[in-house]
Design a binder for this molecule. Structure first.
Ligand SMILES: NC(=O)c1ccc[n+]([C@@H]2O[C@H](COP(=O)([O-])OP(=O)(O)OC[C@H]3O[C@@H](n4cnc5c(N)ncnc54)[C@H](O)[C@@H]3O)[C@@H](O)[C@H]2O)c1
Length: 383
């Protein structure tokens, strides 16, 4: 059984996502397990070169994680024919240009979402990748969450009957940074000019979650808000937080399913998890968090009575049954392995840049719906 090397130019690995999810929990983990196994028994060993603006930082990371190569020279890295893949997890605003540059250099490309900060740039780069015939992909990590994999299992088994609605609650309190608790997210998330805003951030995710699990998104109505107008940044400096930090969005899906998802960085959590999805169908309902999922079949549905004069006797949380585990491998790593197999062995792949275009499209329509205070249809995209 042979082991084949795959050179990967990795950009943005000093950031939160690039470092934790992509470098450490995916590429370093894949290297530690001896590479990615192919169906013929061969293995593919990723050989990354870490690229960043700060030479010491990327060199230190490389050293820490047993990686041989790092550089500040992206142009030179892209010129090296021995590195076939370019990956980007740096800032959203530079993404489309970086991907374009990599595609021009003949690289296969894989990246974080959103694939661009505007629909126009997103479709342009996806078309370019298609024209050039390079393999391409975007991170769709939420599909790999055990909680949502359990929802898919229930759906595929026919558990829900006819699906009626899905309500999603995403969010937690992100500290303002002004009274002792530092903020837990980068400050650019809260500045429009730096590509921030929860609508651009989260509607990209909700697009593929809805399309894949509940029904293709046909229309959107979105109300955004900037609840906290001023925050304190990484250097202790107060800044104007002008980007939307909450979004209250309703979606009409194919098949008549209605979905409503609240996304907020200004909400305190009293629910099963930081994100929860409740699905109600004629035959059963389920609530999934990041990992767990609880179901209630029609025959197990209790009969509550509305009586405001008597304190509630039912514990509603006790009336659900837990769906057994489906495995808990990190989703970012699973997707990396799939992409590597797709590049090397041409295996099927469902997360091309076109999926990223759909995400940016929905985010842009969400922003437009908010600005114009109206429902908007979601047009089909042709590459
Ligand atoms: N899939 C997910 O669940 C998920 C979650 C969070 C963020 N993201 C996406 O990941 C990307 C990075 O987000 P993050 O939270 O890791 O941000 P971050 O601020 O922690 O990291 C940003 C990275 O970009 C680099 N960078 C910033 N400005 C740059 C510039 N001008 N030139 C070159 N490099 C620059 C930084 O050095 C750093 O490596 C964003 O596109 C974001 O939307 C995805």
């Amino acid at each position: 059984m042979a082991t084949r090397r795959l050179g990967i130019v990795m950009y943005g690995v000093t950031g939160r996502m690039g470092l934790n999810q992509h470098l450490v929990r995916s590429i370093v983990a894949i290297r530690a397990q001896g590479g990615v196994l192919l169906s013929n028994g061969d293995r593919v060993m990723p050989d990354p070169i870490l690229v960043g603006r700060n030479a010491e930082k990327v060199a230190a990371l490389a050293k820490q994680y047993g990686i041989e190569r790092s550089t500040t020279d992206l142009d030179a890295a892209l010129k090296n024919p021995a590195d076939e893949v370019f990956f980007d997890a740096a800032t959203t605003q530079m993404r489309a240009d970086l991907l374009t540059q990599a595609i021009e250099a003949g690289k296969h490309v894989y990246c974080e979402k959103p694939i661009a900060d505007t629909y126009e740039k997103a479709i342009k780069v996806a078309r370019f990748a298609n024209e050039k015939g390079v393999k391409n992909g975007v991170v769709q990590d939420k599909l790999f969450l055990p909680g949502l994999r359990k929802i898919k299992l229930l759906r595929d088994s026919g558990f829900f009957g006819r699906m009626l609605s899905m309500r999603g609650e995403f969010g937690y309190w992100v500290f303002e940074g002004d009274w002792g608790q530092p903020a837990q997210r980068p400050s650019w998330n809260y500045r429009k000019a730096d590509g921030g805003g929860i609508i651009l951030d989260m509607l990209c995710h909700w697009r593929y979650v809805l399309d894949n699990l509940f029904g293709k998104v046909q229309a959107v109505s979105c109300l955004g808000a900037t609840h906290i107008p001023s925050r304190v940044d990484e250097n202790g400096k107060t800044y104007v937080a002008d980007a939307d930090d909450a979004a209250y969005a309703t979606f009409q899906l194919e098949g008549g399913v209605i979905a409503h998802i609240n996304s907020s960085w200004d909400v305190r959590v009293r629910r099963d998890d930081l994100v929860t999805f409740q699905v109600d169908g004629t035959h059963g309902s389920a609530v999934a968090g990041l990992t767990k999922c609880f179901s209630q079949h029609r025959v197990n549905t209790p009969r509550p009575t509305w009586n405001p004069d008597v304190p509630q006797t039912m514990n509603f949380y006790d009336q659900w049954e837990e769906v057994p585990d489906v495995g808990s491998e990190n989703g970012f790593k699973i997707q990396w392995e799939d992409f590597i197999r797709h590049v090397v062995a041409d295996t099927p792949w469902h997360h091309g840049l076109i999926e990223g275009v759909k995400g940016v499209q929905l985010a842009e329509l969400g922003l437009q719906s908010w600005a114009e205070r109206r429902w908007l249809d979601v047009p089909e995209i042709k590459l």
